[in-house]
Design a protein around this ligand. Structure first.
Ligand SMILES: [Zn+2]
Ligand SMILES: [Zn+2]
Length: 74
């Protein structure tokens, strides 16, 4: 059985598993994450995410797009 560790960075798109590298874990179905260094968040935003990671659901671009309800008014 394949083991999904969720260490796949959506930005690098490589299994660049760097143990010391902190990652945001996607709460979507992709089982991926994003290295802090690959994100466009600044230091204070990352500190906020880090200290609230149990309360914040972070989604990668792909999942946030599929999760976002796009309201098209017609
Ligand atoms: Zn990365
Ligand atoms: Zn995702």
């Amino acid at each position: 059985m394949a083991e999904m560790n969720g260490n796949f960075c959506v930005k690098c798109e490589e299994k660049k598993v760097i143990q010391t590298e902190k990652m945001l874990k996607c709460n979507g179905n992709c089982n991926k994450g994003l290295h802090y260094t690959c994100s466009s968040y600044n230091t204070s935003e990352l500190q906020f995410l880090e200290s609230n990671k149990n309360n914040i659901k972070w989604f990668c671009d792909g999942c946030s797009q599929s999760n976002t309800t796009v309201r098209v008014s017609q």
